[in-house]
Design a protein around this ligand. Structure first.
Ligand code: ATP
Ligand code: MG
Length: 586
């Protein structure tokens, strides 16, 4: 281990007692029924509904006056809603959807920026038995059409600006019944017709006093999420209401959420983190959630943490690398002392970033691992467990993970292989939408195959190496891009690094790195040589990159993941494949 273990203080020395005090004993004694399923309220007839657990139950339990969300608009507007108001608005939208004829399991697409109405609509749709399918608002017409056609969308909820972006393709969606337009500023001139309706009219005219929540069961479909598209065409992942059990419990134990916390999740609902941990986990745990409409900005984010007294912050490595790039001086301008816990997900968190966070935020950043398919956190660093920088921690209680060889037999500590999970966790995907063959191919010898490569150490910590597709085979060694990237970003000139295997007649593949530089550094041959030498010192000569290219912009998905397949396609002059989730340049 290149970086020293970060040890946690004893529980009695912590600011507050964490929810999960003893990982090991909890794990040994864990029971999904007792510790998970029984912790929710459930519907009177034994059914289960995500929105009921996230919103209504708190009102029924006398907590209606607590703040559910504080919204900060792009222009600095602010709106606050209590759980009671949240219930009222979502009941109304649920009634609207019922009146419009939405049926159980209908797919309702949500294509909009993060405004409060997005969340009212999402919860209303769930209450009325529909399936929410959120999209990134930055998508253009093609990705929206592809997904809506693929899913057989019945309804679309959007805003005037975004609707005009996709207007010409809407007639292509033959299954589409109604488009509901949310004109928050009330300034757009939307032409309504039989198919196009205004949210504000619908909400004004609806009577929800007798709204009856659709009696969904834990097996009803709740959400359909397209994957990030890091490795290829995004897959439609279908989840059921029972996912909320694990979203609630991981919120409580892996993010340490407590009633009354001020929680800030920076993910957009277009990415699964923005629903599992931007809706379900926080609200089922009765916290006040900060919803910021704006994008990344170090100063705005720190300002939010300071002003609202954020206690728990959940973000992603791409943002953390940008925060590091923004520098320590910016951190020092703010009072971030309200923070109690910081989590990260989406990509491997470079050990350098964990250590940087520990120095600058006075607490380590807790990396955790999961996927759209797993629906909730599967492996995590917890409030009380020591952190080995670069490791994604240990499996969540109730989750069994293993490392397998290419015959799907389990390997021991220290060996690298396929990262797999024993099926049966509550938030497991139900299907890849209309892709049964692909779904079935993910299950082998009693394991769910994640598509990632990893290893476990003697003490049970899991170490991510790379996606199976990205692993490099050079002169007989398997090299994970992550360790090479992490070594490179330890150099002060390097902001981000993306590493690929480039075909080579002798070595099969050679390691090639693409690097973006920090401000004040110039791309020179001398720096290139220095970086190669630097990487050789950190890694072995066989693993260090043979070639380094400087690039201005790292290709990433909208959820901020480095798209190595694109770096590779560009290097080899091959077709770029599906680029629907590619973040805009700059
Ligand atoms: P696609 O499946 O379309 O290629 P994707 O896998 O990026 O895209 P997501 O479901 O958003 O779509 O991401 C899950 C993947 O992200 C994981 O399989 C893993 O490769 C990566 N990942 C998530 N969290 C971590 C983490 N903490 N450490 C390392 N990798 C992570
Ligand atoms: Mg994936």
């Amino acid at each position: 281990m290149a970086f020293e273990e970060i040890t946690k203080p004893s529980v009695s020395d912590m600011k507050e007692t964490p929810n999960l005090i003893d990982y090991q004993s909890t794990r040994e004694d864990f029971d999904w029924y007792r510790d998970g399923f029984s912790g929710l309220d459930w519907l009177p007839d034994g059914g289960l509904n995500n929105a009921y657990e996230a919103v209504d139950r708190h009102v029924n339990n006398g907590k209606g006056k607590q703040k559910a969300l504080i919204w900060i608009g792009k222009n600095g507007d602010e709106e606050t809603y209590t759980y009671s108001q949240f219930k009222e608005e979502s009941d109304k939208f649920g009634q609207v959807m019922k009146n419009l004829g939405m049926q159980r399991a209908d797919r309702v697409f949500i294509f909009m920026d993060r405004i409060p109405e997005l969340y009212f609509a999402a919860m209303g749709i769930l209450k009325a038995g529909g399936v929410i399918a959120p999209l990134f608002s930055a998508f253009g017409p093609d990705p929206v059409r592809d997904r809506m056609e693929d899913a057989g969308a019945s309804f679309l909820v959007t805003t005037p600006e975004l609707k005009s972006k996709i207007d010409t393709m809407l007639p292509d969606i033959k299954t589409l019944q109604k488009v509901i337009v949310i004109d928050k500023s009330d300034t757009a001139n939307i032409k309504t017709d039989e198919k196009t309706l205004l949210y504000k009219d619908l909400m004004k005219n609806v009577d929800a006093t007798n709204f009856i929540l659709e009696p969904t069961t834990q097996y009803d479909f709740s959400i359909m999420h397209y994957t990030s598209g890091s490795t290829g065409k995004p897959k439609g992942v279908l989840h059921r209401h029972q996912a909320v059990v694990q979203q609630w419990l991981t919120g409580k134990w892996a993010l340490d959420l407590k009633e009354g916390d001020i929680y800030f999740c920076t993910a957009d609902p277009g990415w699964v983190t923005g629903t599992s941990y931007g809706m379900m986990a926080p609200w089922t745990n009765c916290v006040t959630q900060i919803i910021y409409e704006g994008g990344f900005s170090a100063a705005s984010w720190y300002e939010i943490i300071q002003k609202y007294g954020v206690t728990v912050w959940y973000t992603a490595p791409t943002a953390i690398r940008l925060l590091m790039r923004a520098g320590e001086a910016v951190v020092q301008r703010y009072d971030l002392s309200s923070l109690r816990f910081i989590g990260s997900v989406g990509e491997p968190l470079n050990p350098e970033a964990v250590v940087w966070g520990n120095k600058n935020y006075k607490m380590p950043i807790h990396d955790n691992w999961w996927q759209t398919e797993t629906g909730a956190i599967m492996c995590a660093n917890y409030a009380t467990t020591n952190i080995r920088p670069g490791s994604m921690g240990k499996p969540f209680p109730g989750v069994t993970m293993g490392i397998l060889d290419d015959q799907y037999n389990e390997l021991g500590a220290g060996e690298s292989g396929i990262l797999a999970v024993r099926p049966g966790w509550p938030s497991q995907m139900f299907a890849y939408w209309q892709q049964d063959e692909m779904y079935n191919s993910r299950f082998k010898k009693g394991w769910y195959i994640t598509g990632d490569q990893a290893s476990i150490d003697e003490d049970g910590y899991f170490w991510f190496q790379g996606r199976a597709d990205d692993v490099i085979n050079t002169a007989g060694h398997l090299v994970g891009p992550f360790e090479v990237e992490s070594a490179l970003i330890e150099h002060k000139a390097v902001a981000e690094a993306g590493v690929i295997g480039k075909p080579d007649p002798i070595a099969m593949e050679v390691v090639k790195a693409f690097v973006t530089l920090n401000p004040d550094y110039e791309a020179t041959d001398q720096l290139r040589r220095e970086l190669i030498g630097f990487a050789r010192d950190k890694l072995s000569a066989g693993v260090a990159p043979r070639e380094i290219d400087f690039i201005d912009v790292m290709p990433k998905t909208r959820s901020g993941k480095i798209m190595r397949r694109l770096l590779k396609a560009r290097e080899l002059g091959l077709p770029e494949g599906d680029t629907s989730t590619l973040e805009d340049d700059g």
